[in-house]
Design a protein around this ligand. Structure first.
Ligand SMILES: [Zn+2]
Length: 401
């Protein structure tokens, strides 16, 4: 992997680079040597020469698209060698990101000088990556032959065409896939990056355009490629289409669009939906607006419902309806209101229509279920009057007797 090699090969190259700020003392910081093992230890060494003795050296690291800077002290030996070490398990850096860093040098005369910026790529170098690339996509993998990498690459293009059939998506700037050979490998990468990895097979790093998928060898491999590769791509394209407004999409729509992009959808969904419907265990769509349930069984059901409901909306309202719905939500309209504005129907009405068509539900059952909460409220309001009425009848009877 080119970037990984570059990080390692920078060892031993030492270029004299001078830093000069107007009116300040001049210091010289040599090209730093960066070495690391992903998730373990990072070491950055350099030589710093100053005409005034150095009191303290601080290293400021800024991973690309990360909000938090990592700050630590570099230790200086008598020869002028400054060594900075970082425990990456304690201070995780997001994986596959470009990292900028500079030195802040405090001199004994009280002056503080900041060096020019240096950079390195922080990759998962625990695996012997192979790669293939085109203008739009790059694919890295460590288990399987070139044909495997080519299949992933081809599927990315197939997925792109499929997504563009459903929603308008902007032109691509490079998207990079990292294909892990097991879910455990991928999840350990996310954990060592300081990210949550529970239950997931794939992960789209929206800001960097990197996609991590886990595709183990075996009979299900080609199905998993056709499922995960387009799914994560759809997440990145939605983010590029909407920018920060992407976060305003209801979770069911975000996951629904990504799942309808899958070329080989999850074969367990239809049966799971049918069973949950029969047992009256379907999760109301309104409950899937903010987040999905965390327990495994309902987590999968949430995906199944989001997928089926999104398919229904695409079939019923077509691309113009879907575009209107996406932009209503991106404008910040709530889960119910967005549907009303874009599709002229409430979310609960859309849900009833979906259930009727998807599960052959009789209109009576869906309409009764739709008004059931109102009937309960109505009954609760009437109860005191009903009580008075009965009480009155009893009183009258007693009088009569
Ligand atoms: Zn997803």
């Amino acid at each position: 992997m080119r970037r990984f090699l570059a990080a390692l090969l920078s060892i031993g190259i030492c270029l004299g680079i001078s830093n000069h700020a107007r009116g300040q003392t001049e210091i010289q910081v040599a090209e730093p040597r960066v070495t690391y093992t992903f998730g373990s230890t990072l070491t950055i060494e350099t030589e710093i020469i100053s005409t005034i003795p150095i009191q303290k050296i601080t290293l400021l690291l800024q991973p690309e698209s990360a909000t938090q800077q990592i700050v630590g002290e570099a230790l200086l030996d008598p020869t002028g060698r400054a060594v900075f070490s970082l425990d990456l398990a304690q201070n995780p850096i997001p994986v596959f990101r470009h990292v900028l860093f500079s030195y802040q040098v405090v001199l004994e005369n009280g002056e503080t000088i900041t060096s020019q910026e240096f950079e390195f790529d922080y990759d998962d170098n625990r695996f012997p990556w192979q790669s293939l690339a085109t203008e739009e996509f790059a694919v890295y993998w460590y288990e399987g032959d070139t044909e495997f990498g080519q299949t992933v690459l081809n599927t990315a293009y197939e997925g792109l065409a499929r997504i563009r059939n459903q929603v308008s998506a902007p032109d691509l700037s490079k998207i990079t896939y990292y294909v892990y050979a097991s879910a455990q490998d991928m999840q350990s990468t996310l954990q060592l990056s300081g990210q949550n990895s529970a239950w997931i097979a794939g992960h789209a790093d929206l800001a960097s355009g990197n996609i991590l998928v886990s595709i183990p060898p075996g009979p299900a491999q080609s199905m998993e490629i056709k499922r995960q590769v387009p799914h994560e791509l759809a997440h990145i394209l939605l983010y590029r289409k909407l920018g920060e407004d992407h976060d305003k999409l209801p979770r069911w729509l975000n996951e629904g669009l990504a799942s309808t992009a899958e070329i080989f959808p999850n074969p367990d969904y239809p049966l799971l939906l049918e069973k949950s419907y029969e047992r009256e265990m379907l999760i109301p769509i309104a409950d899937l607006c903010q987040s999905f349930p965390l327990e495994a069984a309902n987590f999968q059901l949430a995906y199944a419902e989001a997928t089926s409901f999104t398919w229904y909306l695409l079939a019923e309202y077509g691309n113009p309806g879907m575009e209107a719905l996406i932009s209503a939500y991106a404008d910040g309209l709530g889960c119910e209101r967005g549907a009303e504005v874009a599709l002229d129907s409430t979310l609960s009405k859309l849900e009833r229509d979906w259930r009727r068509i998807n599960f052959n539900e009789s209109p009576l059952r869906s309409s009764v279920e739709g008004i059931l909460p109102w009937m309960i409220i109505f009954a609760a309001l009437l109860l005191p009057f009903f009580g008075l009425f009965i009480g009155d009848i009893v009183k009258r009877r007693r009088k009569h007797e």
